[in-house]
Design a binder for this molecule. Structure first.
Ligand code: AMP
Ligand code: MG
Length: 330
């Protein structure tokens, strides 16, 4: 007799994206999402939360209409419990609790950063990699050690995606700026000087944004974009190379929305080569926030009996990657 793998509904809602997905084992059965684009400026937490509140009912309805089986086959409801923007997390948790109560299925509280890692481990051959997680809200070098995902290095202020988007706004590029900066950078020729802010294994981007903003007045946008990418990606590469060299893990996994950047991919691939390591990247359509990653991580929680009672399902806006007990890896 083969025991079938659990079916998990995953709900992502830490910031700009409402994601709803259904997975079974490694198979993605359904995946829907909707992303908030602020009319101007950056993401305002309350407005993003209102957006999520409007989107979740529509996405969930669509998912339930397309379920290839009855809803009572679902074994667990996983949701992004943190880290993230408080109002967004609270909205998502409310939706998750409601679905859990309605279907009478266990609630699974997933750490968003751990979910990015688990998605990569599920859909790529990476098993025990150094993870470079680069997104709008987080930038971390993560690896598994002694029962937890340890943060080897991280941004000391803003995330790389946030830095790119902030700089993009200064240059009147559309939101999110990351992909537009990538395009502009391809036309850049002169490498302009910027601070190179790496501190041990960690790094900071806020001062680099300030310095890059000052260059806009006297240089072409493409040169500023090119230089900003060269400097920031070199910092990420340096820390990644050191992590590979010190741990001898033998593989690197690139994930998060900024992993869509082809130039960053090439640089990290080269670092992996230099370190005799394998290189993996999460495909573009799953690199940003999504419900699939929450569902994959939720499967591990369910399999290791890590069920979240509703009374203890408060959100955790500052939940750190290394606070999660990873019971599913021996
Ligand atoms: P996430 O927070 O993981 O959903 O990722 C969103 C972030 O990814 C935003 O900051 C985007 O600017 C960034 N991003 C998306 N595509 C690219 C790209 N091609 N190059 C650089 N950044 C990107
Ligand atoms: Mg993310």
């Amino acid at each position: 007799m083969t025991i079938s793998e659990p079916i998990i509904l995953g709900l992502e809602g830490t910031a700009h994206t409402a994601g709803v997905a259904v997975i079974q084992g490694k198979q993605i059965l359904l995946n829907e999402s909707s992303t908030y684009f602020p009319p101007q400026g950056g993401i305002h937490p309350r407005e993003a939360a209102n957006y999520l509140a409007k989107q979740f009912p529509k996405l969930i309805e669509k998912i339930f209409q397309n379920l290839p089986f009855k809803a009572d086959k679902i074994d667990g409801i996983a949701f992004s419990q943190g880290p993230g923007l408080g109002p967004c997390l609270r909205t998502t948790a409310t939706v998750a609790r409601a679905v859990s109560l309605k279907l009478n299925k266990p609630l699974l509280g997933v750490n968003h950063c751990v979910a990015h890692v688990e998605l990569g481990r599920t859909i790529t051959p990476a098993n025990d990699p150094i993870v470079l997680y680069v997104s709008g809200g987080n930038t971390q070098l993560i690896t598994f050690l002694n029962g937890r995902y340890r943060v080897l290095g991280e941004t000391l202020d803003i995330a790389i995606g946030n830095a790119l988007d902030t700089l993009g706004r200064e240059m009147n590029l559309p939101h999110p700026g990351g992909p537009h900066i990538e395009k502009q950078a391809q036309r850049g020729k002169d490498l302009l000087q910027l601070p190179y802010t790496i501190k041990g294994m960690s790094f900071s981007f806020s001062g680099m944004v300030t310095a890059a903003k000052k260059l806009i007045a006297n240089h072409s946008i493409s040169d500023v974009c090119y230089s900003f990418q060269e400097y920031t990606f070199a910092i990420l590469a340096e820390a990644t190379e050191r992590a590979l060299s010190c741990t001898k893990k033998g593989s690197v996994l690139l994930t998060g929305g900024v992993a869509a950047n082809a130039h960053l991919q090439n640089i990290i691939k080269e670092v992996a080569n230099e370190q005799d390591s394998s290189y993996y990247v999460v495909p573009r359509n799953l690199a940003g926030d999504n419900g699939v990653m929450i569902a994959f991580a939720g499967t591990h929680l369910l399999n290791s009996g890590d069920i979240l009672p509703i009374q203890k399902s408060q959100v955790k806006p500052r939940w750190r990657t290394d606070q999660v007990k990873v019971r599913w890896i021996p």
